[in-house]
Design a protein around this ligand. Structure first.
Ligand code: ADP
Ligand code: GN1
Ligand code: MG
Length: 363
């Protein structure tokens, strides 16, 4: 727990700090919800310490976030949206006017108004949620498509280069830093057997068949806040990886997180299956907004779910072998449970692939 009162003083809050608690279930940043007293009314903000082990250049991350959020707000204000400030993150400036502040230890913090009457879900509850989440991420891609100016920074180079993720796994196996490789031979074999899948999308991008687009790149279900009463997608959050990528990375990660029957760390893999009704809701919601996709992208939507799940499983396995240095864990073996869960879901997706492709073809 950091000293949030001290952090709050770094920003132009215009309200009095009351208290703060750790918040949310993100795997990367340190997130706090802080209550303030603003002239007698309680309001809350999110304070976040960016993970600078994951993001090697935090200021570049904030340059991207600032550009994207200002662009979104300008669009909403131009359209006279009655809830413009609820529909996008907005960075509260620090005293020097920058959208972030650096603490005494040199770590970067940012502050966002808390998006009220909305929430993110670690586990999906309805097809309507899947539809709305996918529509919101599709609309986000539409919004970022007309960002003007320089190319966004690549905040994590090769983030979704799945073949390079497999190479990183091979390096982790060789180094065997935590002496765990002996216990995960079936998982290693599982990943290696799918090497050809790993390079499929990057090859299509290299050949020009699939265009580079500005994408979110971390479209897990809890990175979009849905309205508590209507389920409408209110605000896309966690913009740290918004950068050039492929639409397939975004759709694939929605499938990974919104189409399984369990959450991503369920250890009982016999519980895991594909909800085809959820998948259909994702396709329908996403395509209602992402009207810009080309034929090659459309024909890989079903495959993208398998690819992103495989990639995430490879990343969890790599982190397990490296001694849990990247993802936050809540119990010993957590990354291995996550890896086994993802690989079990890959198997289920492989079994359902023809049906999923049939669903996409119907839209
Ligand atoms: P991480 O990269 O660690 O996943 P996120 O930016 O996704 O960090 O934030 C973690 C969680 O905090 C989110 O899943 C969401 O529940 C919550 N959260 C983040 N920003 C806001 C906000 N502006 N309003 C309400 N909740 C938020
Ligand atoms: C991380 O930050 P969060 O928890 O939304 C990770 C994603 C993974 C996801 C797996 C920057 O997402 O890439 O898919 O965990 N984010 C980063 O749950 O690595
Ligand atoms: Mg997140």
């Amino acid at each position: 727990m950091h000293d949030l009162r001290a952090i709050s003083l770094l920003f132009q809050m215009r309200a009095d700090f009351v208290e703060a608690q750790p918040f949310g279930s993100g795997h990367i940043n340190d997130t706090y919800c802080a209550w303030y007293d603003q002239a007698g009314t309680r309001i809350r903000y999110i304070h976040q310490r960016l993970n600078d082990n994951v993001f090697k250049d935090p200021i570049q991350v904030m340059e991207n976030v600032d550009r994207v959020t200002k662009h979104a707000l300008n669009r909403l204000l131009a359209a006279q949206h009655p809830e413009a400030h609820r529909r996008t993150l907005t960075c509260i400036p620090a005293w020097d006017g920058k959208p972030y502040a650096i603490d005494q230890e040199g770590h970067l913090w940012r502050t966002f108004p808390f998006i009220e009457r909305a929430r993110g879900y670690d586990e999906i509850q309805s097809n309507e949620q899947a539809y709305q989440a996918a529509k919101a991420f599709g609309e986000f891609q539409k919004l970022t498509a007309d960002l003007t100016g320089e190319r966004l920074h690549e905040t994590i180079p090769d983030f979704h280069h799945t073949a390079k993720r497999l190479e990183a796994l091979e390096i982790a196996i060789c180094k065997n830093l935590a002496d765990r490789a002996g216990g995960v031979q079936p998982e290693i074999a599982f990943a290696r057997a799918r090497a050809a899948d790993c390079s499929r999308v990057t090859d299509l991008i290299a050949s020009g068949a699939i265009p580079e687009r500005v994408t979110h790149n971390d479209t897990k279900l809890n990175n979009v806040l849905l309205d508590e009463s209507t389920a409408e997608g209110v605000c896309v959050i966690d913009l740290d990886t918004t950068m050039p990528g492929s639409a397939l990375y975004d759709f694939g990660d929605m499938v990974r997180t919104a189409a399984p029957t369990t959450r991503e760390d369920e250890a009982d893999v016999s519980q895991i299956g594909v909800r085809l009704d959820r998948f259909e809701a994702l396709v329908s919601g996403y395509l209602s907004a992402a009207t810009f996709l080309n034929e090659c992208e459309r024909s890989h939507l079903a495959f993208s779910g398998k690819l992103l799940t495989l990639e995430c499983g490879i990343r969890f396995l790599t982190d397990y072998l490296n001694g849990d240095a990247y993802f936050k864990i809540k119990r010993p073996g957590h990354n291995l449970d996550r890896c086994r869960n993802q690989f079990a879901f890959v198997v289920k997706l492989e079994e359902a692939m023809a049906e999923m492709e049939g669903i996409v073809a119907r839209y």
